[in-house]
Ligand binder design. Structure first.
Ligand code: GLC
Length: 597
């Protein structure tokens, strides 16, 4: 890996002047939005007023909710959510302070491990290593000693929910700096705006001085990764985390920084650029997300669509409205409408929908075709006929011409709930399917990454005979405890914390006893994964984040979105058979309540 592509020297890293000249945007106009909203203390009981002593930035800061200006709606009130409400805790009668909840042995151990996993750059925390496994895989660390963008998200959340914000801010700014560097894979450069999959802090000799060394950040955009996979999800996670950071700290000045605004725009320009695609879903290669090996998810995998939708909603909230961003904000809004319509309509299956697919006519040539993607009913897999419950349903893994991937993918479904990509009724349906299929999807270790596993010829052809992805292992039906936090988030959003609590109780003792494995194998997750790392940081952090979210469910809103009827107006138009129904909020509401689910 070329050292020239690293970030150096370490201490000049956050200067805008290093970044802006590389960006293709003209910032000569004022960066300040003419309309600004003061941060006001929240009237509702969900969070206390900003604390000027502990957090002066929040109490004096201001924010610019650009989409609100664009759409002429009433201003949103942005409120920092820290410091945390302690009022529900019993109060110590002598000290007059809330008595802290006693942490379990597993929690205490997890915090110790998470803190040990922290990576410093120039003396400041910037991330956490993927795994600190000094056991079975010693000498075969591969890139598990790096800070992965996606892996750091649960670590960041655990720190944020605990009130430690510095590491997250540093991470956001340093990874942003890495984004602007050109990287090449052989003779080809990936698109500008791509965020790295991971980075490592290395030491390098200072120019011309063999005796002196400095720290540098060395990113990997997939050019060293096994299979050379593109980390499409990195930029999306970065945007999601950026919003969460702002919402919990009230430090919206970070969102407003020119380099941060530009970073958001670069990521979205890459995602929204025109191609040959016919669908509003994002077209990606296999292995471009958490499942970063060949697993037959190329095309329009649900996981990417859910994260894409969420990132678009975050960006719409964070982008400052000005001449330079108006077109992008408009494009975001129209993509959001089209994307939610497409996913709600074509990815959703339940018993009724399956029965429709079963009776599909094929080879329909017309704009009004019912079977738009020419799906042959024979594609409905035998396992699904018995598996689909009477109640509930889920979003399938992928939809493209003549192809539906009927596998259940947890991350995509859970994140679709959190971001309101689904209708509320569909969101409820997904949770009730998980409840109904608890043994298959949670078993003895939450949560199956995908269900069911690909076996025999299907495994051979789809994975390319990948020995790591054998049936019921790793990405092929393995159980990944890190997914616990996304499950907890979805449960809290849907008012079902009891389900999350049940899953956490299943995992807690076992994770501690098994030394926090990366993943588990077998149909019910009974064995520690064949090649699983131990002390996997996102396992540890996912557990802690789940615990903290359950303890402070009101803070789940830093990651979630509610249904937005305005976005559905476009969707409602398309739903009418003749396409002539006037777009209206009423039509949108009826789509929300009925048609789509
Ligand atoms: C594996 C996972 C990937 C994760 C990485 C580091 O490659 O598939 O999702 O980011 O390990 O933990």
């Amino acid at each position: 890996m070329a050292i020239a592509s690293t970030i150096r020297p370490c201490c000049s890293h956050l200067f805008l002047s290093q970044i802006i000249p590389k960006y293709p945007y003209n910032f000569s106009k004022s960066q300040k939005c003419p309309h600004r909203y003061e941060v006001v203390a929240q009237a509702a009981s969900t969070a206390p007023a900003p604390n000027p002593t502990r957090d002066p930035v929040r109490s004096t800061g201001s924010v610019t909710p650009p989409h609100i200006l664009l759409q002429g709606l009433k201003p949103l009130v942005f409120t920092p959510l820290l410091p945390f409400p302690e009022k529900t805790r019993p109060v110590d009668p002598v000290r007059h302070e809330p008595i802290p909840r006693t942490k379990s042995v597993a929690e205490r151990e997890a915090w110790k491990l998470l803190n040990q996993a922290v990576v410093n750059y120039c003396g400041k925390p910037v991330g956490t290593v993927a795994a600190a496994d000094a056991g079975a895989f010693k000498g075969e660390l591969l890139n598990y000693d790096q800070v992965f963008i996606r892996d750091f998200v649960p670590s960041a959340l655990a720190f944020l929910l605990k009130g430690e914000t510095e590491i997250v801010r540093n991470f956001l700014l340093h990874t942003l700096q890495l984004q602007s560097w050109e990287k090449t894979v052989d003779c080809y450069s990936p698109g500008q705006g791509l965020m790295p999959a991971s980075f490592k802090v290395r030491t390098a000799p200072i120019d011309g001085n063999a005796d002196a060394e400095e720290e540098v950040l060395d990113p990997d955009f997939g050019e060293s990764a096994i299979g050379r996979v593109a980390p499409v999800d990195s930029g999306l996670w970065w945007i999601i985390l950026l919003r969460a950071y702002g919402k919990i700290t009230g430090d919206f000045s970070l969102h407003e920084r020119v380099d941060v605004q530009t970073g958001i725009k670069l990521i979205l320009n890459l995602c929204l650029s025109d191609g040959f695609d016919m669908f509003p879903t994002l077209l990606v290669t296999d292995g471009s997300c958490m499942i970063d090996r060949r697993m037959g998810i190329h095309g329009h995998p649900l996981e990417i669509q859910s994260l894409f939708y969420s990132a678009l909603r975050c960006a719409r909230e964070m982008l400052t409205f000005n001449e330079g961003s108006a077109n992008l904000i408009r494009a975001i809004k129209s993509r959001l409408s089209a994307l939610s319509f497409h996913v709600r309509e074509y990815y959703w299956v339940d018993l009724k929908k399956l029965n429709e697919i079963y009776r599909y006519k094929t080879e329909e040539y017309s704009q009004n075709a019912t079977n738009k993607f020419n799906i042959y009913p024979e594609q409905i897999p035998a396992w699904l006929v018995d598996w689909i419950p009477d109640r509930g349903g889920y979003l399938i893994g992928n939809v493209q011409p003549a192809h539906m991937d009927f596998r259940f993918f947890s991350l995509g479904n859970l994140w679709a709930i959190a971001s309101s990509l689904t209708t509320p009724k569909q969101a409820e349906g997904i949770l009730s399917l998980i409840e109904e299929k608890w043994d298959d999807l949670i078993g003895t270790m939450p949560l199956k990454i995908s269900y069911p596993a690909l076996e025999s010829d299907e495994w051979r052809i789809t994975t390319g005979s990948d020995p790591k992805n054998t049936p019921w292992s790793y990405h092929n039906g393995g159980s990944w405890p890190t997914l616990l936090w996304q499950f907890t988030l979805a449960c809290i959003k849907m008012g079902r914390p009891d389900l999350a609590q049940r899953a956490i109780s299943t995992a807690e003792k076992r994770l501690l006893d098994d030394n926090w494995p990366e993943y588990y194998d077998t149909p019910t997750g009974r064995f520690v994964g064949k090649q699983s790392r131990l002390y996997q940081t996102w396992t540890v952090a996912g557990f802690l984040t789940s615990k903290l979210l359950l303890e402070k469910p009101e803070l789940a809103s830093i990651l979630t979105f509610e249904e937005d009827l305005e976005l559905l107006e476009g969707c409602a138009c398309r739903l009418s058979r003749n396409g002539r129904t006037r777009c209206s909020r009423q039509a949108a509401r009826s789509q929300l309540l009925g048609n789509c689910a």
